[in-house]
Design a protein around this ligand. Structure first.
Ligand SMILES: Cc1cc2nc3c(=O)[nH]c(=O)nc-3n(C[C@H](O)[C@H](O)[C@H](O)COP(=O)(O)O)c2cc1C
Length: 204
């Protein structure tokens, strides 16, 4: 299984990366998972310009107008069977690098638009080019209680829009210092088990 781990924290070696590494260990513990780990803050990924030419008018060009590392990463996404999306809670939502990464994944969607007889748009359905691949979510935050449901919601809803099969999630709390999660045995265990589930779960 080809697994792509996307680390949305700009803080290298921090809580998000530690948790994602544990999910990776879980994946590797059952068979030969091939892992590609991407630290997106290190990559040249320009901001989505909002032109929408990748998708509109349907079917769109299917390709972003920007030329940067996302060209290679889109190919990696297409080659992968499963994804680990890791993010810190930044300002109660996913990190800025991850939000932009999700926006730059838009060429992987195609829209089918429904019009009424006057030509007004009355519906739009997204068709995903990466449908049915698996995805796991990893979130780390500073608050010691579930204070920011939006982080989870933003990530989950986007992954569902891409029609990915959600394997599960780990939400680790109370991690303000860089490696606070290293002392949280339960969260690390949950992350490992999420990795095991990633490679063993049939997806139904
Ligand atoms: C700019 C910024 C905004 C943050 N906003 C929140 C927040 O709204 N709620 C929260 O619980 N933690 C917040 N945090 C704390 C991080 O979520 C927490 O430290 C997390 O564990 C960082 O993960 P990392 O070590 O992988 O970067 C914020 C941290 C930063 C740097």
């Amino acid at each position: 299984m080809n697994v792509m781990a996307i680390i949305g924290s700009p803080r290298k070696g921090g809580n998000t990366e530690l948790l994602v590494d544990r999910v990776i260990e879980g994946c590797r513990s059952r068979g030969d998972a091939h892992i590609v780990k991407v630290f997106i803050a290190d990559r040249n990924i320009q901001y989505c310009s909002g032109c929408l030419t990748c998708t509109f008018p349907p079917p769109g060009t299917g390709k972003c107008v920007l030329r940067d590392d996302m060209d290679v990463l889109i190919e990696k996404i297409r080659e992968s069977d499963a994804f680990i999306f890791g993010t810190p809670n930044h300002m109660r939502t996913v990190s800025a690098p991850l939000l932009n990464f999700l926006a730059r994944m838009l060429p992987l969607l195609r829209y089918e638009i429904e019009y009424d007889d006057k030509g007004n748009m009355i519906g739009a359905t997204g068709v995903s080019k990466i449908q049915d691949k698996k995805a796991a979510m990893v979130i780390s935050q500073g608050d010691p209680f579930f204070s920011s449901p939006l982080v989870h919601m933003v990530l989950e809803r986007n992954l569902r829009d891409f029609r990915l099969k959600l394997v599960g999630d780990v939400i680790s709390m109370g991690n303000l210092q860089k490696q606070d999660v290293a002392g949280k045995a339960e969260d690390l265990k949950a992350a490992f088990e999420l990795g095991v589930k990633m490679v063993t779960w049939s997806g139904f």
